[in-house]
Write a protein that binds this ligand. Structure first.
Ligand code: 6R9
Length: 570
């Protein structure tokens, strides 16, 4: 089904011509730097606006799940984040410490994050739909010192593992009377800790094939990339109302839900509620969103609700739509034309890259199904890593691993406490992304698949090992193997195969018991949607579960190379 590209409108026909490409040097110059030297994201994102002509502009336009609304101006966000920074400092928090934030999408989350950056700590936002287990794992791996949360989230999640996080010295509940009083009593002035472009700003957990999540360390210098991509990939202009639908517990919700829009001084819409097609169209219309950054799963859910629902409203302010996180089906790009009169612009990046690397920009013709082209300053290639080093594949249309020349400003600088794992991501100056892709003759990149077993469900990256570990805590489960099973809405859904301990019989009751256990421990976003029993999970001779084989069998695909398979009863 080859359809021609969707040709970009010529600038003269557009109400707002697309931003011109910009170099990292130009971006760097657009940032202020700390008074007296140094760089801190919170200063660039808030304080310099709070002290300038944007002070009274709305930074965060919040829509509460129950219908409440709140506008927070740049000046107010500056003051509130200063209060947080003062409270952290009174708790002895500074450079080298990690502040975790688990709040759900409320205005305090933004201030808590920015406050952490201001006092020089590394900040790690957590997804509120995680269960107690993933939360505990991340706080422990990150040696978290402070956790900022709400009374309800504390009760529902944190309290279940409260005694199991030895480094956690303080919990701040933003809606508890005592902590509220502390924040109210704290000064709304704060001198930002002198950080440099190379100091750690965020710690973002991401998942691999094996082992527990990895804490990708990012630095304040990433602001250069967030500024540049905000301009080029998201086409942010001064008067924009921007809506990034991602939760800050995932990197899109931090880099582009917090940092990039604030760097540009635009108004950011924050919706506390979960996805709802009617509500989303209502927000796009009522808030006059002009630039919208969302994800394929959300778009597929909107498509399911029918294009008529979209057409019941008008979106005269809407100018640019982008999407990230999973492959964006060509149908979804065309649906954008139908529903909004513009294509959805796919872009590609990952936790490790910190910011958008490959994109369909506003100035480009869109080839539906392609992720677009590398942004200015980004050198991408298709490569294979062999015994004799890295071999770049020059030919168009040939599949290989997507690699990026190391050194862009938002590149992760380490996996916390896992130096070896970090080093393994690089060879001959190239960073290996773990994604398979190809490039066409026009230089557009096309996603092919993951090179590993990591699962992308509803845009969320899920490590099979973390899910398997939780399943194995169930008294009836001996072994578990977890795969991503293609799903028309979620992209992939988490499916688990379990091997039972002797003396257990597979039954509907047992299935529900294991499912219930997984949901309670992992949370709905991570827990398997399907569980099946297996008499003997396929293992390598060294005892590793062969997820690739489980997946091939589930999908009825050829089993591929099974030479390492241990002969078993199955
Ligand atoms: C930002 C984010 C990264 C992985 C990445 C790839 C997949 C992201 C994509 C895409 C196809 C796109 N991915 N964008 N696949 N087309 N436009 O999502 O970060 O959670 O670390 O996930 O997501 O597999 O390697 P993260």
């Amino acid at each position: 089904m080859d359809r021609p590209p969707i040709i970009a409108k010529t600038p003269a026909l557009l109400r707002v011509p697309p931003n011109a490409p910009l170099s990292f040097e130009e971006s760097r110059r657009a940032l202020a730097g700390l008074p007296g030297g140094g760089l801190n994201i919170a200063h660039e994102a808030v304080d310099r606006h709070a002290a300038g002509p944007r002070a009274t502009r709305v930074a965060i336009r919040w829509r509460g799940a129950q219908g409440a609304r709140r506008d927070v101006t740049y000046r107010e966000l500056g003051a509130l984040s200063n209060r947080f920074a003062n409270v952290y400092r009174s708790l002895g928090v500074g450079k080298g410490d990690v502040v975790f934030v688990l709040c759900g999408r409320i205005p305090e989350l933004y201030a808590a994050v920015l406050g952490g950056l201001k006092c020089g700590a590394a900040v790690s936002p957590l997804f509120a739909a995680f269960g107690p287990e993933p939360l505990k794992t991340r706080i422990n791996l990150g040696h978290g010192k402070v956790l900022v949360t709400t009374e309800a989230l504390y009760e529902r999640k944190v309290s279940k593992v409260a005694g199991e996080m030895p480094t956690l010295a303080h919990v701040l509940k933003v809606d508890a009377a005592a902590d509220r009083a502390k924040l109210d009593a704290a000064s709304d002035r704060f001198a930002i800790e002198r950080t440099t472009a190379d100091d750690v700003s965020f710690l973002h957990f991401t998942s691999g094939t094996t082992g527990m999540p990895k804490g990708a360390q990012h630095v304040h210098g990433a602001a250069v990339m967030h500024y540049a991509t905000g301009k080029v990939a998201l086409d942010l202009h001064d008067e924009d109302v921007f809506w990034c639908t991602a939760d800050p517990g995932w990197i899109t919700g931090t880099s582009y839900g917090i940092v990039a829009p604030l760097l540009h001084g635009v108004t950011s819409v924050v919706d506390e509620a979960e996805f709802d097609a009617e509500r989303w169209y209502g927000i796009l219309e009522a808030e006059q969103v002009s630039v919208w950054y969302t994800a394929p799963t959300a778009i597929r859910m909107l498509m399911k609700a029918g294009v008529e629902l979209a057409k019941r409203r008008t979106y005269p302010a809407l100018r640019f739509i982008a999407s990230v996180g999973e492959p964006l089906n060509p149908e979804a790009v065309w649906w954008g034309m139908d529903a909004f009169g513009m294509p959805i612009h796919d872009n590609w990046w990952q936790t490790e890259t910190g910011g958008i690397m490959i994109a369909n920009t506003a100035a480009m013709d869109v080839k539906p199904g392609s992720m677009g082209k590398p942004l200015p300053g980004i050198e991408a290639a298709i490569a294979r890593r062999g015994e004799h080093g890295v071999r770049l594949i020059e030919h168009a249309e040939q599949q290989g691993e997507l690699v990026l020349q190391a050194g862009w400003p938002s590149m992760f600088r380490g996996y916390l406490d896992q130096e070896e794992r970090y080093r393994k991501c690089f060879a001959d100056g190239w960073y290996f992304t773990g994604d398979l892709a190809k490039r066409d003759a026009d230089g557009y990149y096309w996603f092919v698949g993951r090179a590993d077993d990591v699962i992308k469900s509803a845009g969320h990256l899920i490590g099979p090992f973390e899910v398997e570990s939780a399943l194995m805590e169930h008294p009836a489960v001996a072994q578990a193997g977890v795969i991503g099973k293609p799903d028309p809405t979620l992209g992939e859904m988490v499916k688990a195969f379990v091997e039972l301990k002797p003396g257990n019989e597979w039954s509907e009751e047992l299935r529900l018991s294991i499912l219930g256990h997984a949901r309670k421990r992992l949370g709905a976003a991570v827990a398997p949607k399907e569980i099946a029993v297996s008499k003997a999970l396929p293992r390598t001779r060294s005892g590793k579960i062969m997820r690739r084989l489980l997946k091939a069998r589930e999908l009825g695909l050829p089993e591929g190379d099974t030479s390492t398979l241990e002969e078993s009863g199955e």
